[in-house]
Design a protein around this ligand. Structure first.
Ligand code: UD1
Length: 435
C-alpha cells in the first residue's frame, strides 16, 4: 500500500458488517439443520476463509459479495474435524468447537498457534467445555472434546477473564440441548450481543444478568435464521481516526455510537468535536457519528480493557493519533501481552515512542516522515496507514494481507473521502521472487 500526505478527509461514508460478529455467527449456523441467510456480510479474507471452513465440514455456501448476502445450508455437515492447515490460517476457526460439540457430541480441532500480538491460548474454552461434562484429549496437533455421557442439566462456568471467544464458544455449546448454563464474568462485546441475538432467533432462551452473567436455557432443536450483521465498530474507528489525524470532517451514517463510547470520549478529550444521536439529546442508540477534527489535538492517556473499556483492536490506531498530538501520553495494553509491535514501525516514521513491556509513552511530534514499513497484524496495518496520511513524502506498507484479512475495500472508502492511498498489485510470481 502506498500512502501519501492527504488533505483533511471530507464526506459521508458507511461501514460494512462487523468482521468479528459475522465470523462467529457463521459458525453458530452449525447448530441448525437447514438454510440460513446472513445479510450485511463483509467481503474480507477472513470471511472467505470461514466460508471454506464451513464447506470443508460439508455445508453448502453461496456468497453474493455484491449483495453482501451469505446463504448457508448446514444440513449436509458431516464432519467434526478441523485440520491444522485451516486452523493456522484463521484463529477464529476455534469458534467451530462449541457448535460441533453441541451437534455431534464431538469436536476435533487442531490447536491454534499464538501470533505476534500474544500467545492466545484456548484454556478458558476447554475448561468451560469440561465444566459442561466434556472430556478433553490433547493429541498433538489436535485437541479433541467429547461428551461421553448425557449433557449435564445445570452448568455453572466462571471465566477467569471475560474472553470473547470463550464466551462465544460456550454460549453456542449451551444453546443446543436441554441444559441450563450460567456463564459468570462473560464478555459482553457488541459482537457477542449480536451472536446472542442470532441464538435467540434460533430458539435458545438467553438472559443477561448483572454483573456480566449470561444464563442460557438450551433448546433441543435450533432453527435456521435470517439475520443482518451489526455495523463494524472497528471499521468505524478506523475511519474516525483517519478524519481525526488529517483534521477532517466526516459522517459515518450507519455507525452505532453506543458501541464505541470510550473511543468517542477519548477523541473528544483530544479536542475533536463528535456528534452522535446522544450528543444531540436522543436517548436511543440511533445510527450516525460525525467528527469535526481539531487541527491541534492534545495528548490523552488510554488503557485497553474488555468492553465497555477501550478496545484493544483500536489501540494501534489511537497510537498513531497520539504520535501527532501535542504533549505526552501513555498507552497501557492490558488485553494482549505483545501488542506494541506497530510502535517500532511508527518510530521508523519519526514517532517518539518508548515501549516498556505493555506500556508505551508517546511524545507527540510536529512531523512524521514516509518510509517503508511492515504491517504485522490487521490493526497494526490500520495504524501505519493512518500515520502515512500525515507523513511527509510517501509511506510504503508491506504485509498487506493483514489489511485484507480485516477490511473490505476500506482503502476505496478512504480514497473517496480524499485520502491518497493506492494498492500496488503484484503477481504471485513477483511476490515469490521477492521472498
Ligand atoms: C476477539 C476478537 C479480537 C479482539 C479480542 C479482544 C474475534 C474473531 N476476535 O479475539 O479481534 O482483539 O476478542 O477483544 O472476535 N485468553 C486466554 N485463554 C483463553 C482465551 C483467551 O488466556 O482461553 C486471553 C488471550 O490470550 C488474550 C485475552 O484473553 O490475552 C483476550 O482474548 P479473547 O477475548 O479470547 O480474544 P479472541 O476471542 O481471541
Amino acid at each position: 500500500m502506498l500512502i501519501k500526505q492527504s488533505p483533511p478527509l471530507q464526506g459521508t461514508v458507511e461501514v460494512n458488517g462487523a468482521k468479528n460478529a459475522v465470523l462467529v455467527i457463521m459458525t453458530s449456523l452449525i447448530l441448525t439443520n437447514g438454510t440460513s441467510t446472513l445479510n450485511n456480510v463483509p467481503n474480507n479474507a477472513d470471511v472467505r476463509l470461514m466460508i471454506s471452513l464451513l464447506q470443508l465440514l460439508g455445508a453448502h455456501v453461496t456468497f453474493n459479495a455484491e449483495k453482501k448476502q451469505l446463504i448457508v445450508n448446514t444440513e449436509p455437515i458431516g464432519s467434526y474435524e478441523i485440520p491444522p492447515e485451516i486452523m493456522n490460517k484463521i484463529r477464529a476457526s476455534i469458534l467451530v468447537a462449541g457448535p460441533l460439540l453441541a451437534r455431534f457430541g464431538r469436536a476435533r480441532v487442531a490447536y491454534p498457534g499464538g501470533d505476534l500480538i500474544g500467545l492466545r491460548p484456548i484454556n478458558y474454552h476447554l475448561e468451560g467445555f469440561k465444566k459442561c461434562g466434556a472430556t478433553i484429549l490433547h493429541n498433538d496437533p489436535f485437541v479433541e472434546a467429547t461428551i461421553t455421557s448425557q449433557k449435564n442439566s445445570y452448568n455453572r462456568i466462571v471465566l477467569e477473564y471475560p474472553s470473547v471467544g470463550a464466551t462465544e464458544n460456550l454460549l453456542m455449546f449451551a444453546s443446543l440441548g436441554t441444559s441450563e448454563t450460567v456463564i459468570i464474568n462473560a464478555a459482553l462485546e457488541p459482537e457477542v450481543l449480536d451472536l446472542i441475538d442470532v441464538l435467540k432467533k434460533m430458539g435458545a432462551s438467553i438472559e443477561i444478568l448483572p454483573v456480566a452473567t449470561i444464563v442460557i436455557k438450551g433448546a433441543s432443536k435450533l432453527n435456521p435464521v435470517t439475520h443482518s450483521i451489526i455495523p463494524d465498530r472497528l471499521e468505524a474507528g478506523a475511519l474516525l481516526a483517519a478524519a481525526a489525524i488529517t483534521g477532517g470532517h466526516i459522517t459515518i451514517s450507519n455507525a452505532r455510537a453506543s458501541d464505541m463510547d470510550i473511543f468517542l470520549e477519548k477523541l473528544s478529550m483530544m479536542g475533536h468535536a463528535i456528534q452522535t444521536p446522544f450528543t444531540l439529546g436522543a436517548n436511543t442508540p440511533d445510527l450516525g457519528i460525525t467528527i469535526k477534527a481539531t487541527t491541534n489535538p492534545i495528548a490523552v492517556g488510554v488503557k485497553t480493557a474488555p468492553y465497555p473499556g477501550f478496545p484493544t483492536d483500536l489501540q494501534p490506531s489511537f497510537m498513531a493519533l497520539l504520535c501527532a498530538a501535542t504533549g505526552t501520553s501513555v498507552i497501557e495494553e492490558t488485553v494482549y501481552e505483545n501488542r506494541m509491535v506497530h510502535a517500532r514501525e511508527l518510530r521508523k516514521m519519526g514517532a517518539q515512542i518508548a515501549v516498556d513491556g505493555a506500556k508505551a509513552t508517546i511524545h507527540g511530534v510536529e512531523e512524521l516522515y514516509g518510509t517503508d514499513v511492515i504491517a504485522t497484524d490487521i490493526r497494526a496495518s490500520c495504524s501505519l496507514m493512518l500515520a502515512g496520511l500525515i507523513a511527509q513524502g510517501q509511506t510504503r506498507m508491506t504485509g498487506l494481507h493483514h489489511w485484507q484479512r480485516g477490511y473490505d475495500q476500506l482503502e476505496e472508502k478512504l480514497r473517496a473521502l480524499g485520502a491518497n492511498i493506492t494498492i500496488e498489485e503484484h503477481s504471485d510470481q513477483m511476490i515469490n521472487n521477492a521472498l
